[in-house]
Design a protein around this ligand. Structure first.
Ligand code: SAH
Length: 420
């Protein structure tokens, strides 16, 4: 572990209370917690505990019944993020966190991992009943994003849990490094109060170039410089669907990032693939991914451009267009502008799709729910005067599970549209 990180962790005051501080809810405000929704908003709180930001606290209803335990947050509208629902006092020790991590791993082992794929999300915040942390595994390397102060305070136990799984190389991303405003995490955890943890390797540095395989395709991963944790694992199954439909097609992959959809389209026998992204760094990684899988002569062109401009100006009609933009709605207030962005983008795509073609259109804004997204795409189809049918409704895979009591965790929505 690097010295700055070691020093930072040593400075964190471990919580010493034998009995956890207690937060009492206003009368009648326990309902959502009884339904196991893991957030307590500030307006529901009657008595605040004497506790520091990030401390573990016990939550009680107005009659002093215990409802559960969570991380206290003094800086966010979400005053507590619960990780445990129970009606009695419990002890939250290292073994408690280790078990949570083990359970998350068992789920992936059972439903996600196979010989063709060695990259997956191990911890998905509320989806794994562990708010404030994301862990992605890339072959031998784990990449952690800590999103709240509470996780910092139990961090040594979390690290221990990861090491018990045999993970040798662990890298910690910072919020800034993760470009949180441009990706889905913001929507998984709105109005979080960020941590100040420094980034770096928590173990020996992984020196070699890091590659993963996903559905037998190869991808280079840059955990240090890449957006988010380095790769968008959440589109794994949707990329595979594209592969099935790509034979002989002209494909446009808009917002291509590291070229995930492009590689799958070529693997499916696409006649030509265009990858468009505004980031030159992303385009460079995309080209590397194409070469790794198909050599230098693949029918692929990458273009560093704004996708809105590109779609307006291109004279091509594509057989398949993939639209996977960053989260346009970063918070509840920006939903209106975001829907305008989605509408414009989809409208331009409807104008550039060949008759009988397919559009794979996505939104990863947690604040734009499935119904709203579908309405926006409906509006774009109507304005474009095209006959459109929904062939598939897509979401996130099993390693990004959605806690049924926390619908906010379902952030990725997609439609596969057939356009006459
Ligand atoms: N489809 C990708 C993930 C896309 S992430 C995958 O499967 O891996 C969103 C991408 O959009 C980022 O790479 C970002 O650089 C890019 N981006 C953001 N705004 C853009 C714009 N206006 N035009 C083109 N690319 C943009």
């Amino acid at each position: 572990m690097n010295d700055i990180l070691k020093e930072y962790l040593a400075k964190q005051q471990p919580q010493t209370q034998e009995n956890y501080p207690i937060l009492v809810l206003k009368t009648g405000r326990e309902r959502s917690l009884l339904n196991r929704h893991p957030w307590v908003f500030s307006g529901a709180v009657k008595d605040l505990p004497t506790a520091e930001n990030g401390d573990i606290i016990q939550v009680q209803d107005s009659k002093k019944n215990i409802l559960g335990y969570g991380f206290f947050d003094t800086k966010s509208q979400i005053t507590v993020r619960l990780f445990e629902f129970c009606a009695q006092n419990i002890r939250i020790d290292d073994a408690y966190w280790h078990k949570k991590i083990k359970n998350a791993y068992e789920l992936r082992k059972k439903y996600v991992l196979n010989l063709a794929t060695n990259a997956y999300r191990l911890l998905h915040a509320e989806g794994d009943f562990l708010p404030g942390i994301i862990v992605d595994i890339y072959n031998k390397v784990a990449v952690i994003q800590v999103l709240i102060k509470g996780i910092e305070k139990v961090f040594p136990a979390i690290l221990g849990g990861l090491q018990q799984l045999g993970l040798e190389y662990i890298y910690l991303k910072t919020k800034e490094n993760a470009k949180i405003s441009e990706d889905t995490l913001q929507t998984v955890l709105p109005t979080q109060s960020p941590t100040q943890m420094p980034k770096g390797w928590l173990t020996d540095v992984f020196e070699k170039p890091l590659n993963i395989i996903e559905n037998n395709l190869k991808f280079p991963i840059d955990v240090v410089k890449g957006q988010k944790t380095g790769f968008f694992l959440d589109q794994r199954e949707n990329r595979l669907l594209l592969q099935h439909y790509s034979k002989g097609k002209n494909v446009l992959n808009a917002f291509s990032y590291t070229g995930g959809f492009s590689v799958y389209a070529l693997a499916g026998g696409a006649k030509s693939v265009h990858s468009v992204d505004i980031s030159k760094d992303a385009i460079a990684v995309c080209e590397q991914a194409i070469t790794m899988n198909f050599g230098k002569n693949a029918p692929h062109t990458s273009i560093s451009a704004d996708c809105f401009d590109f779609l307006k100006k291109t004279e091509e009609l594509y057989d398949i267009i993939v639209l996977d933009p960053p989260a346009f709605a970063k918070n509840a207030k920006s939903v209106h502008n975001a829907t305008r962005g989605y509408k414009e983008l989809n409208l331009t795509a409807f104008k550039k799709i060949a008759p009988g073609g397919l559009i794979f259109t996505f939104s990863c804004s947690g604040n734009v729910d499935r119904d709203l997204f579908r309405k926006v795409v409906f509006g774009a189809a109507a304005d474009a005067h095209r006959q459109v049918r929904i062939l598939h409704q897509l979401s996130q895979p099993a390693d990004h599970p959605v806690n049924i009591y926390h619908p906010e965790g379902e952030y990725l929505k997609g439609l596969v549209l057939q356009v006459e």
